[in-house]
Design a protein around this ligand. Sequence first.
Ligand code: SAH
Length: 259
Amino acid sequence: MTGAVPAPGSVTLIGAGPGAADLLTVRALRVLAHADVVYYDRLAPTDDLAAWAPHAHLVDVGKQPGHHRVPQAEIDRLIVASALAGLRVARLKGGDPFVFGRGSEEVAACEEAGVPVTVVPGITSAVAVPAAAGIPVTARGLSKAFTVISGHDPLSELELSGLARLGGTAVVLMGMATLGHTAIGLMRHGVDPRMPVGIVERGCTERQRVCIAPLAEILTASAVQGMRSPAVLVIGEVVRLAPGAEERLRELAGVAGTA
Ligand code: SAH
Protein backbone atom coordinates (compact mmCIF):
# COMPACT_ATOMS: atom_id res chain seq x y z
CA MET A 1 0.00 0.00 0.00
CA THR A 2 2.56 2.52 -1.13
CA GLY A 3 1.66 6.00 -0.11
CA ALA A 4 -1.30 5.04 2.07
CA VAL A 5 -1.89 7.37 4.97
CA PRO A 6 -1.95 5.45 8.26
CA ALA A 7 -5.37 5.01 9.85
CA PRO A 8 -6.25 6.35 13.29
CA GLY A 9 -5.47 3.77 15.93
CA SER A 10 -2.40 2.40 14.18
CA VAL A 11 1.35 2.43 14.69
CA THR A 12 3.97 3.03 11.99
CA LEU A 13 7.58 2.21 12.74
CA ILE A 14 9.68 4.59 10.68
CA GLY A 15 13.35 4.24 9.83
CA ALA A 16 14.78 7.75 9.97
CA GLY A 17 18.13 7.00 8.35
CA PRO A 18 21.60 7.54 9.73
CA GLY A 19 21.37 11.12 10.93
CA ALA A 20 21.05 13.59 8.06
CA ALA A 21 17.66 15.24 7.77
CA ASP A 22 17.53 14.65 4.02
CA LEU A 23 18.13 10.91 4.32
CA LEU A 24 14.57 10.20 5.38
CA THR A 25 12.42 8.54 2.75
CA VAL A 26 9.49 10.20 1.03
CA ARG A 27 7.23 7.64 2.71
CA ALA A 28 8.61 8.49 6.13
CA LEU A 29 7.81 12.15 5.59
CA ARG A 30 4.29 11.33 4.41
CA VAL A 31 3.55 9.26 7.51
CA LEU A 32 5.00 11.92 9.82
CA ALA A 33 2.88 14.60 8.14
CA HIS A 34 -0.24 12.75 9.33
CA ALA A 35 0.98 11.67 12.75
CA ASP A 36 -0.80 12.66 15.97
CA VAL A 37 2.10 11.60 18.17
CA VAL A 38 5.75 10.82 17.42
CA TYR A 39 7.93 8.79 19.75
CA TYR A 40 11.52 9.41 18.65
CA ASP A 41 14.95 8.03 19.42
CA ARG A 42 18.33 9.52 20.19
CA LEU A 43 19.85 8.65 16.80
CA ALA A 44 16.97 9.89 14.65
CA PRO A 45 17.41 13.35 13.08
CA THR A 46 15.05 15.57 15.06
CA ASP A 47 15.91 19.22 14.30
CA ASP A 48 13.15 19.42 11.69
CA LEU A 49 10.69 17.10 13.41
CA ALA A 50 8.20 19.83 14.31
CA ALA A 51 8.00 20.82 10.65
CA TRP A 52 7.73 17.23 9.42
CA ALA A 53 5.01 16.34 11.92
CA PRO A 54 3.17 19.64 12.42
CA HIS A 55 0.09 18.11 14.10
CA ALA A 56 1.94 15.75 16.39
CA HIS A 57 2.84 15.70 20.02
CA LEU A 58 6.60 14.92 20.05
CA VAL A 59 7.92 12.56 22.71
CA ASP A 60 11.63 11.86 23.27
CA VAL A 61 12.15 8.26 24.30
CA GLY A 62 15.84 8.36 23.34
CA LYS A 63 18.43 6.42 25.20
CA GLN A 64 21.98 7.38 26.10
CA PRO A 65 24.39 4.44 25.98
CA GLY A 66 24.25 2.75 29.38
CA HIS A 67 21.40 5.00 30.57
CA HIS A 68 18.14 3.66 29.33
CA ARG A 69 15.93 6.72 29.77
CA VAL A 70 12.72 5.01 28.78
CA PRO A 71 12.82 1.23 29.15
CA GLN A 72 11.83 -0.78 26.08
CA ALA A 73 8.78 -2.25 27.83
CA GLU A 74 7.57 1.28 28.56
CA ILE A 75 8.05 2.34 24.91
CA ASP A 76 6.06 -0.72 23.83
CA ARG A 77 3.35 0.20 26.31
CA LEU A 78 3.26 3.87 25.21
CA ILE A 79 2.90 3.21 21.49
CA VAL A 80 0.19 0.61 22.06
CA ALA A 81 -1.75 2.80 24.51
CA SER A 82 -1.62 5.79 22.13
CA ALA A 83 -2.90 3.67 19.24
CA LEU A 84 -5.67 2.20 21.41
CA ALA A 85 -6.66 5.79 22.23
CA GLY A 86 -7.26 6.30 18.51
CA LEU A 87 -4.11 8.21 17.58
CA ARG A 88 -1.97 7.84 14.48
CA VAL A 89 1.27 6.84 16.12
CA ALA A 90 4.65 7.32 14.44
CA ARG A 91 7.63 5.61 16.03
CA LEU A 92 10.75 7.24 14.60
CA LYS A 93 13.91 5.18 14.90
CA GLY A 94 17.49 5.73 13.77
CA GLY A 95 18.63 3.93 10.62
CA ASP A 96 16.40 0.99 9.72
CA PRO A 97 13.88 -0.18 12.36
CA PHE A 98 14.83 -3.84 11.94
CA VAL A 99 18.62 -3.45 12.24
CA PHE A 100 19.39 -3.67 15.98
CA GLY A 101 16.52 -1.29 16.60
CA ARG A 102 14.32 -3.60 18.67
CA GLY A 103 11.73 -2.92 16.00
CA SER A 104 10.52 -6.49 16.01
CA GLU A 105 9.67 -6.22 19.71
CA GLU A 106 7.57 -3.13 19.04
CA VAL A 107 5.81 -4.90 16.17
CA ALA A 108 5.10 -7.88 18.46
CA ALA A 109 3.73 -5.61 21.19
CA CYS A 110 1.33 -4.02 18.70
CA GLU A 111 0.24 -7.37 17.29
CA GLU A 112 -0.41 -8.76 20.76
CA ALA A 113 -2.64 -5.80 21.50
CA GLY A 114 -4.42 -6.10 18.16
CA VAL A 115 -3.05 -2.75 16.98
CA PRO A 116 -2.36 -2.49 13.21
CA VAL A 117 1.34 -1.86 12.66
CA THR A 118 3.42 -1.18 9.56
CA VAL A 119 7.12 -0.60 9.01
CA VAL A 120 8.73 2.03 6.82
CA PRO A 121 12.29 0.93 6.11
CA GLY A 122 15.14 3.36 6.57
CA ILE A 123 18.69 3.78 5.34
CA THR A 124 20.81 1.81 7.77
CA SER A 125 23.98 3.25 9.27
CA ALA A 126 25.62 -0.12 8.66
CA VAL A 127 25.97 0.77 4.98
CA ALA A 128 25.44 4.54 4.82
CA VAL A 129 27.93 5.55 7.51
CA PRO A 130 30.92 3.74 5.97
CA ALA A 131 29.85 5.22 2.60
CA ALA A 132 29.82 8.72 4.09
CA ALA A 133 33.50 8.21 4.88
CA GLY A 134 34.21 6.92 1.37
CA ILE A 135 34.22 3.25 2.36
CA PRO A 136 32.14 0.90 0.16
CA VAL A 137 31.15 -2.23 2.10
CA THR A 138 31.77 -4.36 -1.02
CA ALA A 139 34.15 -3.77 -3.89
CA ARG A 140 34.93 -6.06 -6.80
CA GLY A 141 38.15 -7.94 -6.10
CA LEU A 142 38.42 -6.67 -2.51
CA SER A 143 35.32 -7.86 -0.70
CA LYS A 144 32.32 -9.88 -1.79
CA ALA A 145 30.61 -10.09 1.58
CA PHE A 146 29.80 -7.84 4.45
CA THR A 147 28.77 -9.02 7.86
CA VAL A 148 26.91 -6.63 10.14
CA ILE A 149 27.32 -7.57 13.76
CA SER A 150 26.46 -6.02 17.10
CA GLY A 151 29.40 -5.27 19.38
CA HIS A 152 27.10 -4.40 22.28
CA ASP A 153 28.26 -7.55 24.04
CA PRO A 154 31.81 -8.82 23.47
CA LEU A 155 31.98 -11.05 20.38
CA SER A 156 32.20 -14.75 21.22
CA GLU A 157 35.12 -16.91 20.11
CA LEU A 158 32.83 -18.53 17.53
CA GLU A 159 31.80 -15.14 16.13
CA LEU A 160 35.40 -13.93 16.00
CA SER A 161 36.54 -17.07 14.27
CA GLY A 162 33.60 -16.93 11.85
CA LEU A 163 34.38 -13.34 10.88
CA ALA A 164 38.08 -14.15 10.52
CA ARG A 165 37.38 -17.15 8.30
CA LEU A 166 34.67 -15.59 6.14
CA GLY A 167 36.83 -12.61 5.23
CA GLY A 168 35.09 -9.81 3.36
CA THR A 169 34.08 -6.76 5.37
CA ALA A 170 33.02 -6.76 9.01
CA VAL A 171 30.77 -3.89 10.07
CA VAL A 172 30.37 -3.59 13.83
CA LEU A 173 27.59 -1.45 15.31
CA MET A 174 27.59 -0.45 18.99
CA GLY A 175 31.18 -1.63 19.00
CA MET A 176 33.17 1.13 20.71
CA ALA A 177 33.14 -0.25 24.26
CA THR A 178 34.27 -3.66 22.99
CA LEU A 179 36.76 -2.39 20.37
CA GLY A 180 39.85 -3.82 22.10
CA HIS A 181 38.25 -7.21 22.58
CA THR A 182 37.19 -7.32 18.92
CA ALA A 183 40.58 -6.24 17.54
CA ILE A 184 42.61 -8.61 19.71
CA GLY A 185 40.16 -11.45 19.14
CA LEU A 186 40.27 -11.11 15.36
CA MET A 187 44.09 -11.15 15.38
CA ARG A 188 44.06 -14.19 17.64
CA HIS A 189 41.87 -15.89 15.05
CA GLY A 190 44.33 -15.13 12.28
CA VAL A 191 43.34 -11.77 10.83
CA ASP A 192 46.43 -9.86 9.63
CA PRO A 193 47.42 -7.16 12.17
CA ARG A 194 47.88 -4.85 9.16
CA MET A 195 44.22 -5.27 8.13
CA PRO A 196 42.80 -1.75 7.73
CA VAL A 197 40.11 -0.60 10.15
CA GLY A 198 37.96 2.50 9.93
CA ILE A 199 35.90 4.03 12.70
CA VAL A 200 33.27 6.52 11.58
CA GLU A 201 31.73 8.60 14.36
CA ARG A 202 28.43 10.45 13.81
CA GLY A 203 28.51 9.55 10.14
CA CYS A 204 26.31 11.49 7.70
CA THR A 205 26.16 14.45 10.09
CA GLU A 206 28.10 17.72 10.31
CA ARG A 207 30.04 16.27 13.21
CA GLN A 208 31.33 13.23 11.32
CA ARG A 209 34.87 12.12 12.28
CA VAL A 210 36.92 9.26 10.90
CA CYS A 211 39.78 7.27 12.38
CA ILE A 212 41.75 4.85 10.22
CA ALA A 213 44.48 2.51 11.43
CA PRO A 214 45.73 -1.05 11.01
CA LEU A 215 43.98 -3.60 13.23
CA ALA A 216 46.96 -3.79 15.59
CA GLU A 217 46.92 0.00 16.12
CA ILE A 218 43.22 0.80 16.06
CA LEU A 219 42.64 0.83 19.81
CA THR A 220 45.46 3.33 20.39
CA ALA A 221 44.58 5.44 17.35
CA SER A 222 40.95 5.58 18.43
CA ALA A 223 41.90 6.63 21.96
CA VAL A 224 44.32 9.29 20.67
CA GLN A 225 41.60 10.78 18.46
CA GLY A 226 39.04 10.44 21.26
CA MET A 227 36.60 8.49 19.07
CA ARG A 228 33.23 7.94 20.71
CA SER A 229 29.86 6.33 20.18
CA PRO A 230 27.76 6.47 18.03
CA ALA A 231 30.26 5.03 15.63
CA VAL A 232 30.43 2.33 13.01
CA LEU A 233 33.50 0.14 12.91
CA VAL A 234 34.57 -1.22 9.50
CA ILE A 235 37.21 -3.93 9.27
CA GLY A 236 38.42 -5.01 5.84
CA GLU A 237 40.45 -4.21 2.75
CA VAL A 238 37.69 -1.87 1.52
CA VAL A 239 38.80 0.67 4.15
CA ARG A 240 41.81 1.39 1.87
CA LEU A 241 39.41 3.05 -0.57
CA ALA A 242 38.61 5.89 1.86
CA PRO A 243 40.27 9.18 0.92
CA GLY A 244 43.65 9.46 2.62
CA ALA A 245 43.51 5.92 4.01
CA GLU A 246 46.64 4.57 2.29
CA GLU A 247 48.80 7.47 3.53
CA ARG A 248 47.46 7.12 7.04
CA LEU A 249 48.01 3.35 7.07
CA ARG A 250 51.59 3.79 5.81
CA GLU A 251 52.29 6.40 8.50
CA LEU A 252 51.00 4.13 11.26
CA ALA A 253 52.79 1.08 9.85
CA GLY A 254 55.99 3.17 10.12
CA VAL A 255 55.24 3.98 13.75
CA ALA A 256 54.56 0.33 14.53
CA GLY A 257 57.69 -0.76 12.66
CA THR A 258 60.04 1.46 14.69
CA ALA A 259 58.34 0.79 18.02
N1 SAH B 1 18.81 0.77 13.50
C1 SAH B 1 20.06 1.48 13.40
C2 SAH B 1 21.12 0.92 14.32
C3 SAH B 1 20.76 0.99 15.79
S1 SAH B 1 22.06 0.43 16.82
C4 SAH B 1 20.51 1.50 11.94
O1 SAH B 1 19.98 0.76 11.11
O2 SAH B 1 21.42 2.28 11.63
C5 SAH B 1 22.90 1.92 17.19
C6 SAH B 1 24.27 1.93 16.54
O3 SAH B 1 24.16 2.30 15.18
C7 SAH B 1 25.25 2.92 17.11
O4 SAH B 1 25.87 2.44 18.29
C8 SAH B 1 26.25 3.03 15.99
O5 SAH B 1 27.08 1.89 15.93
C9 SAH B 1 25.32 2.96 14.78
N2 SAH B 1 24.97 4.30 14.27
C10 SAH B 1 23.73 4.75 14.04
N3 SAH B 1 23.77 5.98 13.48
C11 SAH B 1 25.07 6.31 13.36
C12 SAH B 1 25.78 7.44 12.84
N4 SAH B 1 25.15 8.49 12.32
N5 SAH B 1 27.13 7.42 12.87
C13 SAH B 1 27.79 6.37 13.37
N6 SAH B 1 27.18 5.28 13.87
C14 SAH B 1 25.84 5.24 13.86
